[in-house]
Design a protein around this ligand. Structure first.
Ligand code: 48F
Length: 259
């Protein structure tokens, strides 16, 4: 006989066991778009304890929408190796351009990250950060439903060695650090410089360089990296997002090895 209360117990108990254990981790990734998920996969693969927070009900950020809801993405030759590793099928278009299904890319990123032991909390967002002794060491979290309902509910906190801002165009985490830390970001102006207009070629090129530490304990990846360090947007070419996620995972892995 199927019992409703056993089902409810199974869900709550399993969730809370995991959530309690995830209150402390090595890396918290804010945002489950392509760059955040790609970073999560590589960090998980390296055996690092990773927690991903995603404000939406469905992870993926701008990925499933492809270009203006045509659900295909374009990637370049250099980033094809990442999709090959994930098992995503690509089709050669012309020259150095390849296309892939945005849905297959999302499903494989999710699948591979989860199978590496990454825990993803959807419907939960980082509303603030913890900064101690000049270093970001965690985030303050709340349910998206609380934000949508505009009700006053105090948040909870999650600690980590490093926080990764993968929140996309808004660079929400870097902005909160800039606003509240009372110290300069590691950008030329000391602040979030802001995203520049569409220029796909330049945007993809500078993104890799912009993928780095933006404040002690805080790294930036994907569109958040270009927003923080002032790079252009690039539209539905996603190779840079994947390479940025991979690069930031390597930076964090080497930092964790030193600490
Ligand atoms: O925007 P998003 O897809 O970021 P990305 O990984 O990729 C950018 C591309 O999709 C596209 C592009 C391609 O070249 O330019 O725009 O840089 O995903 C960001 C995710 O972060 C979530 C948001 O819901 C989205 O799924 N997010 C934003 N703020 C928060 C957050 C927050 N404070 N806490 C948790 N999740």
């Amino acid at each position: 006989m199927i019992d409703e209360i056993e089902i409810s117990r199974a869900i709550t108990e399993t969730f809370y066991k995991e959530f309690l254990n995830d209150m402390e981790s090595e890396v918290i990734i804010c945002g489950a778009g392509p760059s955040g998920l790609c970073a999560a996969y590589y960090l998980g693969k390296a055996g690092i304890k990773v927690v991903v927070l995603e404000r939406s009900l469905r992870p993926g950020g701008g990925l499933p929408g492809g270009g203006m809801m045509f659900n295909k993405i374009v990637i370049q030759e250099e980033s094809k190796t990442v999709l090959d590793e994930l098992g995503v099928r690509t089709v050669h278009y012309k020259g150095t351009y390849y296309t892939a299904s945005s849905l297959e890319t999302l499903s494989m990123l999710l699948n591979k990250a989860l199978k590496q032991g990454v825990h993803i909390y959807n419907c939960m967002f980082a509303e603030d950060v913890m900064i101690m002794d000049g270093k970001v060491n965690g985030v303050v979290v709340n349910w998206t439903a609380v934000e949508l309902a505009r009700i006053h509910v105090d948040p909870l906190s999650m600690r980590s060695e490093f926080v990764l801002d993968a929140t996309g165009h808004d660079a929400e985490i870097a902005r909160v650090v800039s606003r509240k830390s009372g110290a300069a970001l590691l950008t030329p102006t000391g602040d979030v410089i802001g995203e520049k207009p569409m220029w796909a070629d330049k945007g993809e090129k500078v993104l890799i360089d912009n993928t780095k530490e933006a404040f002690p304990g805080l790294y930036v990846t994907g569109m958040a990296a270009n927003a923080v360090f002032g790079g252009p947007r690039m539209g539905p070419i996603f190779g840079g997002m994947l390479l940025s996620g991979k690069k930031v995972s390597n930076l964090i892995i080497s930092k964790l090895k030193k600490t």
